[in-house]
Design a protein around this ligand. Structure first.
Ligand SMILES: CC(C)(COP(=O)(O)OP(=O)(O)OC[C@H]1O[C@@H](n2cnc3c(N)ncnc32)[C@H](O)[C@@H]1OP(=O)(O)O)[C@@H](O)C(=O)NCCC(=O)NCCS
Length: 228
């Protein structure tokens, strides 16, 4: 297959390397480089591609000819990925959205930029997946639900219909949401938790049904940059 567009992956950790695999073998993108902030630069090459300091990204790779994918997981409750995504947008790049060829995403789902949808996700009609969201493998996003920007859903999460997952939230593996549930921003939903009602943002919620823990989610994740 002829590759149409050149891509730089920001992030050289495990997710950066996984993103390289998926973009290379299951997309129209050709990965030409990796980029990381200078303080985290350890190797000069990954998969035969140069690793360039993030601070030099725009000089080295013209935003007119290159797209970027920011491949960072949920460090500091998604703040690191969000900060890098916003910086890349300020530099004038278009961000790549990846949808696995083995995911089911209905034709009228609205997808933002810098979204990554792994295999076996089901995203039903009239859903909205906003910018900078990661849907790791095998989630179900029911009809009319909205996953707000900067969220990270682990794996095998069930979001029923008409839900709203507040921005920058992290949802652990196998969590379940009843239909019509809205959760606020910055929630941490523990693995296998059952969300059967609306939840206030900024908290850690675990159990079935969920209860709030005493420690706020931002403190648990040692977040320094609360506002971005
Ligand atoms: C919520 C979470 C972050 C808390 O982790 P932690 O700080 O290490 O907390 P602990 O394991 O010490 O648990 C603290 C208490 O909460 C309870 N608890 C923690 N997670 C729970 C969960 N998901 N469901 C029910 N109870 C839970 C523990 O039983 C413990 O109770 P206790 O105080 O009565 O003994 C973690 O359990 C979790 O769910 N992580 C998500 C994992 C995941 O999905 N990873 C995917 C990565 S892609």
């Amino acid at each position: 297959v002829e590759k149409k567009r050149k891509l730089v992956i920001v992030g050289s950790g495990e997710f950066g390397r996984i993103a390289f695999e998926y973009f290379t073998y299951d997309s129209e993108y050709k990965v030409v480089a990796f980029s990381v902030e200078r303080d985290f630069l350890e190797e000069s090459e990954i998969e035969g591609r140069p690793v360039v300091p993030f601070e030099e990204l725009a000089q080295r790779f013209d935003p007119k000819d290159h797209d970027v994918y920011v491949a960072v997981t949920y460090t500091q409750l998604n703040r690191v990925r969000t900060r890098l995504f916003k910086t890349v947008k300020t530099l004038g790049y278009q961000c790549a959205t990846y949808v696995s060829s083995r995911a089911f995403v209905w034709r009228n789902v609205e997808l933002g930029e810098n979204v990554f949808i792994f295999e076996n996700n089901v995203v039903q009609p009239f859903c909205k997946i906003e910018d900078n969201v990661v849907l790791w493998s095998g989630n179900h996003i029911g009809h009319r639900s909205v996953v707000e920007e900067n969220c990270y859903l682990s794996s095998h999460v069930v979001v029923s219909g008409y839900c709203r997952i507040g921005n920058s939230s992290f949802v652990g593996v196998n969590a379940t949401f009843a239909d019509n549930v809205t959760i606020g921003p910055d929630c941490l939903i523990g693995m296998a938790s059952t969300v059967n009602r609306d939840l206030e943002g900024g908290k850690i919620w675990t159990g079935s049904p969920v209860e709030a823990s005493r420690i706020p989610s931002l403190r648990y994740f040692k977040v320094k940059e609360v506002h971005l």
